[in-house]
Design a protein around this ligand. Structure first.
Ligand code: AMP
Length: 105
């Protein structure tokens, strides 16, 4: 399993503010936002990318999407994009699975 900057953020090493947290995942602001709202939804389990997810991760993957919906409601966003970069050739830079939540609002 990977040990990336996201694991250190999840462990609280940098005191990063979590917009959302539960037993399975956290959400925090992207350090280099591409939109007015740019959050990262990150599972606590350090799965490197979707390509390494297996059947036992099926609930976790669905949960991450449902958390995106909850965050959209929490922040009263009228619309947003969800993006997952998968693998080096899919533009992924940090190999700890995450969903980008991007909104102009
Ligand atoms: P990806 O290319 O999908 O792996 O996206 C990685 C994202 O992590 C980029 O949008 C970065 O700006 C963001 N990022 C890198 N380091 C940090 C950090 N310390 N805190 C918050 N976001 C970060």
């Amino acid at each position: 399993m990977s040990d990336t900057i996201f694991s250190r953020i999840i462990d609280g090493e940098f005191g990063t503010e979590f917009i959302y947290e539960d037993d399975i995942c956290v959400a925090f602001r992207d350090i280099n936002p591409k939109e007015k709202t740019h959050l990262l939804i990150v599972p606590k389990k350090p799965i490197p990318s979707i390509m390494e997810a297996d059947e036992s991760d099926e609930f976790l993957l669905g949960h991450l999407l449902f958390v995106c919906k909850k965050i959209g409601e929490m922040l009263k966003l009228p619309g947003y994009q969800l993006k997952i970069n998968v693998g080096e050739h899919g533009g992924q830079e940090i190999f700890h699975l995450h969903i980008h939540l991007l909104s102009k609002f």
